[in-house]
Design a protein around this ligand. Structure first.
Ligand SMILES: C[S@@+](CC[C@H](N)C(=O)[O-])C[C@H]1O[C@@H](n2cnc3c(N)ncnc32)[C@H](O)[C@@H]1O
Length: 293
């Protein structure tokens, strides 16, 4: 058994949101399309390991030994969703996690499950190119640790008009790479931001000349990013809106930590008003329940 330790309470909330949407999706669309797919771009192992620290004995308690708990990760949650998905694709690049996913697949011989050992961007692009999206609808979950999702992958997904995406966007990646001081930007930071946002316009749009008084009373204009975390999140949302049919207001994660590290976006690739209306209504309902949790 491979241990995959990650996340905390925000992971719990994120996965409960995904599970609720997956249940809605297969319930609402069953019988309306030939096939319903679940695609996990950063699938992990199917489980997550939570290590509860030992509690030392004290005057009022005997203490507790360290305890290991295993909970379901996104891949296993998707397998368990009822009504069922017709086909599930788990993409993962870490060999030991791929083996764990293969074991998970072997434990469900009655299901159509494919485990793809690949980079998420390459895997998603070839999977999407190999399918005809007229009679298939899918949900993709993009749950990277950081800034691994390329803009070109999102464009490929959005062009299908047939896939809903839950995207854990690394806002911390955005505000760390887009340094406040323009002089601190380097070529690696620029490349990472451009790959994530799909344009190099962010450098012109986010940085402004700000006069800084020098020691002699003169003023030396320096370029700075004034946009705060909220403005950067709005910038990311506006970028996603250029390619998707609709993008809902994201859920900040962790919910009660400032600055937030992630924004959980729900992006709808359909351009059809009825499909957008339904997905928007349910997505908003689930996200609002998440905010008040
Ligand atoms: C946050 S975890 C995903 C957890 C999973 N959604 C779950 O609920 O169990 C991110 C996963 O992405 C994998 N990963 C990181 N970079 C990747 C890439 N470029 N392509 C595919 N998988 C990647 C990591 O090995 C890790 O398993």
């Amino acid at each position: 058994m491979v241990d995959h330790e990650f996340g905390d309470q925000h992971t719990e909330l994120k996965l409960s949101i995904i599970e609720k949407y997956l249940k809605f999706f297969t319930t609402a669309l069953r019988g309306k399309f030939r096939e319903l797919w679940y695609i996990d771009g950063f699938a992990g192992t199917g489980y997550r390991t939570i290590r509860h620290q030992a509690v030392p004995p004290s005057l009022i308690s005997e203490g507790e030994p360290e305890r290991i708990e295993r909970r379901r990760g996104s891949a296993k949650i998707a397998i368990d969703v009822y009504p069922r998905f017709d086909f599930l694709v788990f993409i993962e690049n870490k060999p030991s996690y791929v083996r764990a996913l293969e074991e998970l697949r072997a434990n469900h011989p009655d299901r159509r499950i494919v485990v793809v050992k690949n980079d998420a961007n390459d895997g998603l692009k070839s999977l999407i190119a190999a399918n005809n999206w007229t009679s298939t609808r899918a949900v993709i979950f993009l749950d990277p640790y950081g800034m691994e999702v390329d803009w070109s992958t999102l464009e490929t997904i959005a062009r299908t008009g047939a896939i809903d995406v839950w995207y854990l966007f690394s806002l911390a990646g955005f505000y760390r790479q887009a340094t406040r001081d323009h002089d601190a930007l380097d070529e690696d930071k620029r490349a990472a931001l451009t790959r994530m946002l799909g344009t190099d316009a962010w450098e012109r749009e986010l940085y402004k000349a700000t006069p800084v008084n020098d020691l002699f009373g003169g003023s030396d204009p320096s370029m700075r990013r004034d946009a705060d975390v909220t403005a950067l999140e709005a910038y990311a949302k506006a970028r996603l809106e250029t390619i998707f049919g609709a993008v809902l207001d994201p859920l900040p994660l962790p919910l009660h930590e400032r600055p937030q590290r992630f924004s959980l976006f729900f992006c709808i690739s359909s351009r059809k008003p009825a499909a957008i209306g339904l997905a928007r209504k349910i997505g908003n309902h689930i996200l609002k329940a998440g905010i008040s949790s």
